[in-house]
Each structure stands twice: as structure tokens, then as C-alpha cells.
Ligand binder design. Structure first.
Ligand code: PLP
Length: 364
């Protein structure tokens, strides 16, 4: 479940006089996350509320007034060896650097952000704010597994005019999470009439402002009983773009795996990139290009979503303007299952990592 339980160590960097000043802040905590769970609910909630506040951050600023901000989302996975391993953190750090540049923030170099991410996770691990590996997770292909979700994000300085941010903060928080899509075993998705991103806009950055439309579309989809909303292109409303927080894949009848090409309206997912590699190594032909809804309805054999939060999540059916297409009798298809098995196996360390994707949290 995606519930926010901030871990006690927070990273806070602020940009001043052309450089980043950084600090690891230790908030109040118990001896371990298990001990914290046992606190009386009111005491526990008060503790967590206090951890989700930082007095130095300005109350009125360009981020909360205008949505000027960007962020990242990546995970650290508990393993049998007791340590946590991160999945491709250098890619998230690079994407953050690109988003910051795109939104005209002063940039934090990717290698520095990657170090800060690893250090924040290390500090929290060392005070036992870390889920432990459970072999039971292997029974459902890690669908019920826990991990540490890491959220780096910008936060603008004090200000009320419509301006770029010259002296932002960059923060990192960690929280333990379970599975993301839940309670809709049919995995039905529906196209949204809303437009997530337009050419020339900010759709390919992980920009805070992009998520307003995603939240509205997802809320409308889930209120109507669907698992997720699927966005179409802004010009013709004909080509599939992506989900509210995940990329889209379709395996065609001729066994070609297609996903939308990385234009300026698509978020370049790190899971997406990794699944393309895994699928090619499984012998599938892959194509990054426009995907017409009609093609999916006529030729689609299996569809799935990919993302840090969702892993590989199969799509049971796709509804567009009241017309429904069911894939593989509404059950998870063999390719989605195999990709999830390989991806999670690498992430949780029960399969080899021939790609060198995983990074252990350093020892103390
Ligand atoms: N698309 C959107 C809009 C997202 O928010 C995300 C999540 O980060 C993704 C795709 C998947 O990206 P990744 O695989 O890097 O998590």
C-alpha cells in the first residue's frame, strides 16, 4: 500500500551562492520500525506527523502556489542477505537532473544526488527502519512484497510572483511501501478524455504540475470501477500515451512488443527501458512508436503497465468510449508474468543481475 510513513532521516539541500549546502536531518524515532508500530495509535500518528514537517521550508512558495517542482521515485529492495539494494539509482538521478534543467532550476549533478539517495537510505537502514525479506513474497511473484520507496523532490524558495526558482531546496524522504494497484483483480483500465501532456509542454519531465491531470483522471477511472486511466494523444485522441503513473505496453498477435516512443509527452520510465531490454533478451521484437487504439483493439494479445510503483501490472481489459476489449480472458498474460518474474527476481536478488542494475546500500 502507498501510505506515507516517513523514515526518520531526511536529506535537505539548499541552493545558495551558486552551490548546494546539504544536511542529513534526524527526526524523532523509536529503536526500529516494528517498535514504532506497537506505539498507541495517537502517539504513533503524532510522531509521524512531526516527521512530515520541516520548519525551515517556506509556507508560501512557487511550488505550492504554481506547481513549479519536480521529483523522482525509486525503490530499495530488502534481500535475504539483510541489506537493501537499489534499482538503477543513477538513472533516477539523471532523470531528476534533466527535469531540473527543463524547469529552469539550478541543477544538482546526478552523481551527487545518487550519493545522497544512498546515504539517506543507509542512515535509515542503520536505525532499523527497513522491511525484512520474506520468502512468502515469492509465492505471488512479489505482488505482496514490501520495499523502501525513495522520493527526492524540489521545493521552491519563498515567493508569490510568477517566477522561476533560483534558490530551491532539494529533499529526500523514504517510506516503506507494499503493492500499488490493489482491490481490482480484473485490472480493467479506461481511456480518459483528459489530456496529460501536450507537445512543447512538460510531459517528459517528472514535473509536479503534470500530476494534477493524472490525479483527476485516475480518480474518475477508479470511481467508475476501473484500476487506472489511460491517456491518449492531444492532437487526434487516437494514440495511446501512458497511464497516470506508468508506461504502456502491448504485445501484438505477431509477438511484437510495442510501447509509445519517447516524445516530449511521454515520461521516460526506467522500468520501461528495463523491460525493453528484458523482452529483447527473451527473443521478442520490440518497437517504440505510435500505438493506434484500433491496433490494440484488433491486434492486441496482452497489455500491461510498467513503473516503479506498479512493477509490471497486466491489463485485463481496455475500455474506450464504452467499447471494451478483453485481453487473454482477462487474466495475466505469459509475457507480463515472465517480465515481472525477471524484474522482481533481479530486484529482490533471487535471480542474477547480468545487467548490473542493482546497487547495494553501502555498509556503515
Ligand atoms: N509515467 C508516469 C507519468 C510516471 O509517473 C511514472 C512513474 O514514475 C512512469 C511512467 C514510470 O516510470 P518509472 O518506471 O521510472 O517509475
Amino acid at each position: 500500500m502507498f501510505e506515507l510513513v516517513p523514515h526518520p532521516y531526511i536529506y535537505c539541500a539548499s541552493y545558495d551562492n551558486n552551490s548546494w549546502e546539504e544536511e542529513y536531518i534526524e527526526k524523532k524515532h523509536c529503536r526500529s520500525i516494528e517498535e514504532e508500530e506497537k506505539l498507541p495509535p495517537e502517539e504513533r500518528d503524532a510522531l509521524r506527523k512531526e516527521r512530515n514537517s520541516l520548519a525551515r521550508l517556506p509556507f508560501v512558495n512557487y511550488t505550492n502556489q504554481y506547481g513549479l517542482g519536480c521529483f523522482e521515485g525509486l525503490k530499495a529492495f530488502p534481500r535475504k542477505d539483510g541489506n537493501l539494494w537499489l534499482f538503477r539509482p543513477e538513472e533516477n538521478a539523471r532523470r531528476m537532473e534533466r527535469s531540473m534543467r527543463g524547469l529552469l532550476f539550478p541543477v544538482m549533478p546526478a552523481d551527487r544526488l545518487e550519493k545522497a539517495i544512498l546515504e539517506t537510505v543507509r542512515l535509515n537502514r542503520d536505525i532499523s527502519y527497513t522491511p525484512s525479506y520474506s520468502s512468502a513474497w515469492e509465492n505471488d511473484n512479489f505482488g505482496s512484497a514490501h520495499s523502501v520507496y525513495i522520493r527526492p523532490f524540489t521545493y521552491a524558495e519563498s515567493g508569490i510572483g510568477v517566477n522561476v526558482s533560483l534558490n530551491p531546496y532539494l529533499l529526500i524522504v523514504c517510506t516503506t511501501v507494499g503493492s500499488y494497484f490493489r482491490g481490482n483483480e480484473k485490472n480493467a483500465v479506461v481511456t480518459s478524455k483528459r489530456i496529460r501532456a501536450t507537445p512543447g509542454g512538460t510531459g517528459s519531465y517528472k514535473a509536479t504540475a503534470n500530476y494534477t491531470i493524472s490525479i483527476l483522471a485516475k480518480h474518475e477511472a477508479t470511481s467508475a470501477g476501473y484500476m487506472e486511466a489511460i491517456f491518449l494523444d492531444s492532437k487526434e485522441g487516437r494514440f495511446i500515451e501512458e497511464g497516470s503513473s506508468a508506461n504502456f505496453f502491448c504485445l501484438l498477435r505477431d509477438q511484437t512488443l510495442v510501447t509509445p516512443a519517447l516524445t516530449d509527452t511521454i515520461l521516460p520510465g526506467i522500468t520501461r527501458q528495463s523491460l525493453l531490454t528484458l523482452a529483447r533478451d527473451l527473443g521478442y521484437k520490440t518497437e517504440e512508436r505510435d500505438i493506434d487504439l484500433e491496433e490494440v483493439f484488433e491486434e492486441g494479445e496482452e497489455c500491461f503497465l510498467s513503473g516503479t510503483a506498479s512493477g509490471v501490472t497486466f491489463i485485463g481489459s481496455l475500455t474506450h468510449e464504452g467499447k471494451e476489449k478483453v485481453f487473454g480472458k482477462g487474466k495475466e498474460g505469459p509475457l507480463a508474468k515472465e517480465l515481472q518474474r525477471r524484474l522482481k527476481g533481479i530486484q529482490y536478488g533471487i535471480l542474477d543481475d547480468p545487467y548490473g542494475w542493482m546497487r547495494p546500500v553501502p555498509s556503515s
